[in-house]
Write a protein that binds this ligand. Structure first.
Ligand code: DGT
Ligand code: CA
Ligand code: CA
Ligand code: ZN
Length: 596
């Protein structure tokens, strides 16, 4: 597995110059994949892969080393003359001729194959050579025709794994992670706002509902002159294609493929349009049904009473509150508009007060440079204080994660001694001595009980053996939940949005065991994870298990992702009372000591 998977690395589009380490590492990863696909010498492939890993683990930008006359790139462990030269080229020009050549030789449809989880370049090459598999569509066909299982080195199980991975790869092509869409939205709204004629503007659709991925973006604008707004939008520099342009609606595609639907609506319909285009479709089906029962009609223009003479009287539409009120419904936070529980809550008059970012008082999962974090202990504490957190836990990796510099008992105790010293410098933040301890492949924890017993906070995590059978991985996780020193299970399903399927774990058994043993469950806020996902948050709540929303930060900037976790929790109907780290330090401590 790639350990980069568990970092938050930011999601900016690669720029052509001033490439970051991360972007350079990605280029080398891609070169390695393509070389491997072509059947290149494994040592050559390995050199690029190893280089990529070294680069993404580097604590300072490569550009700083290049700029420093006293230093050489080749001083970095794992970077030889060849890679050093290529880094120079990338930093100077933003591209690599070698990659361009590889991409010319290999059809672009084949590249998509390399992104199928569970496939990999070597297997993709065999499928290409033996069965002429050229695209995701071909791949699906040969799997469904059971032709793959007959190939040397493949079996029925591989075929099933590939089919599962295909679903992930296909979605990734169509749906963007929310955090990436968010970056697009920020820029887009800044641009639109430059037009003076815009009176109101809101994002609608899945973006507004805070879904973990979005298919396209929906923007609503109130303005007197629709065509002037659309002319302005047409000048947005990121537009690659105008797909449709009517009197009040325009659809475009941006260069990186995302579609944007813009609608201009009059003031008396702004709330109705916002309600309609926020969706979800299922939520709106129920809303329309409610209207009908009351002899009303609701659409993107407003709420209307249908009179006997086929005339319609406009009742509401200026604001969403008005629209819902006209139907006898409360205003629903967009995150819960999925036709799950929201209408039951409404009929009981008990809409939950959803958790907000401002409710969060502690952050109980973060790394330092002692393992694979980028900042020191003091820097992380300072950054958490600057965010106004009352308490944090320092939770570096345990020894099994050797690639990330995981700590053994001795190094961990040394870190705890340092925390004891540092604690005296800070009287306004509580720093817990924690550990993110791996659950070993064969079961059991990666550190002995006497070490874990000294910790204030023990996170149990699966990082290896993620593809074990349902029985095996469930057993492992239940074993960890039975350990008296473990406090919480991190990223309980292991999924990476658009990248990796969840473990086969029986999550219901996890809920039962967590609640029985008084363990917390993490909602990992990294926008690539968001694990627990929304329906599991709701399930944890039903089991009475407090959720801990954690950033899993690997740098001070990583603390920023808390907002994504909060958004996901809101989608699960989670209130501050359901979130352990929305409590004051004293209350949280009570919960921890009494195992809630
Ligand atoms: P997405 O874009 O796939 O991530 O998901 P949404 O929910 O943003 O869906 P989208 O963009 O197709 O439409 C935005 C909202 O507009 C949707 O949530 C509900 C509403 N809507 C769109 N088309 C229809 C429709 O045919 N019938 C109804 N009732 N509502 C629609
Ligand atoms: Ca949409
Ligand atoms: Ca749309
Ligand atoms: Zn972690």
């Amino acid at each position: 597995m790639s350990f980069a998977d568990c970092f938050y690395t930011g999601y900016e589009m690669p720029k052509l110059t001033d490439m970051t380490n991360r972007e350079i590492a990605e280029v080398f990863e891609q070169v390695a994949d393509l070389l491997e696909f072509e059947g290149a010498n494994p040592f050559r492939v390995g050199a690029y892969r190893n280089g990529a890993r070294k680069i993404s683990d580097l604590p300072e930008p490569l550009s700083a080393i290049v700029d420093d006359e006293q230093r050489q790139l080749t001083d970095i462990d794992g970077i030889g003359k060849d890679l050093a030269e290529k880094i120079g080229t990338l930093l100077a020009t933003g591209s690599l001729p070698m990659l361009a050549e590889l991409l010319e030789r290999i059809p672009s449809t084949v590249l998509a194959l390399l992104r199928v989880p569970g496939l990999g370049p070597k297997k993709a090459a065999i499928l290409y050579q033996e069965l002429g598999v050229n695209s995701l569509e071909d791949l699906r066909n040969v799997c469904e025709a059971e032709q793959v299982r007959g190939l040397k080195g493949f079996g029925a199980k591989t075929e099933a794994t590939i089919l599962k991975g295909l679903a992930v790869a296909e979605t990734a092509l169509e749906r963007m992670r929310w955090v990436e869409a968010d970056a697009v939205v920020t820029e887009l709204l800044d641009f639109l706002r430059q037009h003076a004629g815009i009176k109101q503007m809101e994002m609608a659709g899945s973006y507004r509902r805070g879904c973990e991925t979005v298919g396209d973006l929906d923007v609503l604008v109130e303005a007197a002159d629709a065509s002037a707004v659309m002319d302005h939008f047409g000048n947005y520099p990121e537009i690659a294609d105008v797909l449709a342009c009517g009197d009040t609606k325009m659809s475009v595609r941006l260069a990186h493929g995302l579609q944007i639907d813009l609608r201009v609506v009059p003031s008396e319909s702004f709330g109705a349009a916002l309600q309609y285009f926020t969706g979800s479709k299922d939520h709106n089906v129920v809303v329309r049904g409610r209207a009908k029962q009351q002899g009303l009609k609701v659409n993107e223009w407003g709420v209307f009473r249908e009179d006997a003479q086929e005339a319609e009287t406009y009742l509401a539409g200026r604001t969403e509150e008005d629209v819902y009120a006209a139907l006898g419904l409360p205003w629903f936070p967009p995150e819960v508009r999925e036709a799950r529980e929201e209408f039951d809550w409404a009929s009981q008059g008990a809409l939950p007060q959803l958790v907000e970012l401002a409710d969060i008082r502690g952050d109980l999962h973060m790394h330092t440079s002692a393992s694979d974090g980028k900042a020191s202990l003091t820097e992380m504490i300072e950054a958490a204080r600057a965010r106004g957190l009352q308490y944090i836990a320092i939770t570096d990796h345990s020894q099994r994660v050797s690639m990330a510099g995981g700590l053994d008992g001795a190094r961990l105790r040394a870190q705890w001694a340092e925390i004891d010293r540092i604690r005296k410098e800070f009287d306004d933040i509580v720093v817990l001595k924690g550990i993110e301890c791996d659950i070993l492949e064969r079961g059991g924890m990666d550190l002995p009980d006497d070490v874990l017993a000294e910790a204030d906070w023990v996170i149990a995590s699966v990082h290896y053996g993620q593809r074990q059978s349902r029985e095996q991985i469930t057993e492992r996780i239940l074993g960890a939940l039975e350990n008296p020193h473990v406090d919480i299970l991190a990223h309980p399903t292991g999924r990476l949005i658009n990248r990796r399927e969840p473990y086969a774990v029986d999550i219901d058994q996890v809920f039962v065991a967590a609640s029985k043993h008084g363990k917390f469950l993490e909602l990992n806020a990294n926008p690539a994870r968001l694990d627990l996902h929304d329906i599991h948050c709701a399930a944890a709540k039903r089991h009475g298990i407090p959720i801990v929303i954690s950033t899993d930060a690997h740098s001070p900037a990583g603390l920023e992702v808390m907002r994504h976790g909060v958004q996901q929790a809101r989608r699960g109907g989670i209130t501050p009372a359901d979130v352990a780290n929305a409590r004051s330090w004293e209350k949280f401590r009570g919960l921890l000591e009494q195992k809630y």
